[in-house]
Write a protein that binds this ligand. Sequence first.
Ligand SMILES: [Zn+2]
Ligand SMILES: [Zn+2]
Length: 85
Amino acid sequence: MTVEQFLAEKTAKTDTGFLCLECGRGFASVQGLKVHARDLHVHRDASYLCPVCRRRFRTRNSFGVHVSVNHKHMKGVDLHRFIMQ
Ligand SMILES: [Zn+2]
Ligand SMILES: [Zn+2]
């Protein structure tokens, strides 16, 4: 889901601003809502950061292959822990 899709489907206009329907938070400006949606609800730009060589990977799969080939001592660790937003 993109930020634009999220704004169209999961937010609503209120008397005082905008409301995130996903978590119930209110925002005075659409800009604030956008940043909130991008940071908390839309993970399109998430990537994995390798702690050993600081390389970034777009997918869990490519990061997993990288770890198993280059950093065998990390094998078995939960790759989810290395997600960067
Ligand atoms: Zn929210
Ligand atoms: Zn690495």
